[in-house]
Design a protein around this ligand. Structure first.
Ligand code: UD1
Ligand code: MG
Length: 468
């Protein structure tokens, strides 16, 4: 029978040092809550070893927010929560898990993870577990690493007969100089926890129940020192959050470059974790891609573009300073410079959205051109229709939104306004400067301008000079 493991993720802490309202586990790095990373990687590890496992997240501070978020993720069925009523320390948090989820005592192993360490990967879990399995006498393993900046971490004090962990607040000056620190990740035989967890006291400077008191010289728990610091970077401050975001970004961009994406200035690019980009795309400096954005093959994205939760299909171009949100840009379309696509925009293949054009909740077919200074809202526009400069869909009557429909191969002259709801057919022609108030059938011509009058020699009456 396969081994069983209870994975306990400690996420009840306030995150006092972050100085924000949001519980730390839900603070975002590269677009995802910190907790999401640890959950995903723990799940990968479980699948790799085909373990019988359950994940318990210990929640406390603003627990409703964390519970609500957990319901939205794909793993939600395998995740249970336990409530630590007061945040009295990491040992108290683990106790709370066993109190609310008593069947966790039945798992062979218990993996303890902190929610505030988003660069952790399944690899570190594998290494720890393999080690523990290899040496049957051990009761646990603790992941440690060396750092030039040990401030804030528990220090690993190695002795002839094992090791212990001393927290920053309780460390002597000499102990603070130790560079090997505790990552907060452990795998323990559950039987060991059962024997010793309840014995932990809060006799320390913080008055908290430290889980790290579980590691004493005489216990057969082994510190496993990992060579790289990065996977264990814990986030306790905004500065550390920014640093981890930078590192995740750097790692992602390197992977994308290996896969054939060209970045003109990689240091200036911001990408969320869930962004995907296909080979042959070229990204100019200062581009921001967030959420679940997908960029197809050979797409060009110029400087200043901000793209959020959107799909940009192959061979399209997003020109400088365009803002694209929850939109789809089909193949070979050109957007911008300085265009705005709002949620629900679907721009057809070979279409063109030019400068100072805003599109909202509208579907444009193949080859549509809206080249300058227009607003297209709640509209449908057919193939190869050309919209002149300064066209406005007047879609809102102050209470309701109304639709504008325009067929294929039509020509809308410059400076027209369509008073929605309205339908303009295919092969229609609307004269420049028209306010369109009636439907126009296929092949129809529409014009609506006030009469233009010319009076000869009359200009001097209107021209003002400095002398007059
Ligand atoms: C902890 C470790 C420290 C280690 C560091 C690694 C202890 C006592 N110290 O310190 O040795 O170097 O992590 O990052 O364990 N939490 C709760 N309930 C609580 C307190 C904390 O659930 O009552 C959770 C937090 O939400 C967080 C995790 O436990 O996810 C760690 O807590 P944190 O306050 O960040 O501990 P550190 O001071 O970083
Ligand atoms: Mg921490």
């Amino acid at each position: 029978m396969s081994d069983s493991i209870g994975i306990v993720i400690l996420a009840a802490g306030k995150g006092t040092r972050m100085k924000t309202e949001t519980p730390k586990a839900l603070m975002r790095t590269a677009g995802r809550p910190l907790l999401h990373y640890v959950l995903d990687e723990a799940n990968k590890f479980v699948n790799q070893f085909q373990l019988r496992a359950e994940i318990g997240v210990v929640v406390g501070h603003k627990k409703e927010l964390i519970e609500a978020w957990l319901k939205t993720i794909s793993l939600s069925e395998n995740v249970k929560t336990a409530w630590q009523k007061e945040q009295n320390g990491t040992a108290d948090a683990l106790k709370a898990c066993f109190l609310d989820l008593p069947h966790f005592w039945d798992f062979d192993y218990t993996l303890v993870a902190c929610a505030d360490t988003p660069m952790i990967s399944a690899f570190e879990f594998q290494e720890l577990f393999s080690h523990l399995k290899k040496y049957p006498n051990l009761v646990g393993v603790a992941a440690t690493f060396e750092t030039l900046h040990p401030k804030g971490y528990g220090r690993i004090v190695r002795g002839s007969n094992g090791f212990r962990i001393v927290e920053e607040k309780d460390a002597t000056e000499d102990e603070r100089k130790i560079n090997e620190v505790n990552s907060g990740f452990y795998i323990l035989k559950t039987s060991h926890l059962k024997d010793f967890l309840s014995g932990i006291t809060n006799q320390n400077k913080a008055g908290e129940f430290y889980l790290t008191d579980l590691f004493q010289n005489h216990f057969n728990v082994k510190p496993i020192k990992f060579s790289s610091e990065a996977p264990f970077l814990g986030i306790n401050t905004m500065e550390q959050l920014a640093e981890v975001t930078r590192l995740l970004n750097e790692k992602k961009i390197k992977t994308l470059m290996l896969n054939g994406v060209e970045f003109l200035n990689p240091q200036s690019i911001y990408l969320d974790y869930d962004v995907t980009i296909e080979a042959g795309s070229i990204i100019y400096p200062n581009v921001t891609l967030t959420g679940h954005t997908h960029i197809g093959e050979k797409v060009l994205i110029e400087s200043g573009a901000f793209i959020k939760n959107s799909i940009i299909r192959s061979h399209s171009q997003i020109l400088a300073h365009s803002y694209v949100e929850e939109a789809v840009v089909q193949e070979k379309a050109v957007i911008g410079p300085m265009a705005r696509l709002r949620p629900g925009s679907d721009i057809g293949p070979d279409s063109k959205i030019g400068n100072f054009v805003e599109v909202k909740k509208s579907k444009l077919a193949k080859g549509v051109k809206v080249s300058h200074l227009s607003y297209i809202g709640d509209a449908e526009i057919g193939e190869n229709t050309n919209i002149g400069c300064g066209f406005i869909t007047c879609n809102y009557d102050g209470v309701h939104k109304h639709k504008t429909k325009i067929g294929s191969n039509s020509f809308i002259g410059s400076d027209c306004q369509a008073i929605a709801p309205i339908e303009i057919g295919s092969d229609a022609f609307l004269a420049a400067g028209s306010t369109i108030t009636k439907n126009v059938p296929d092949g129809g011509f529409g014009i609506g301008r006030s009469q233009f009058v010319v009076k000869e020699e009359a200009a001097k009456r209107f021209i003002k000079t400095k002398k007059s």
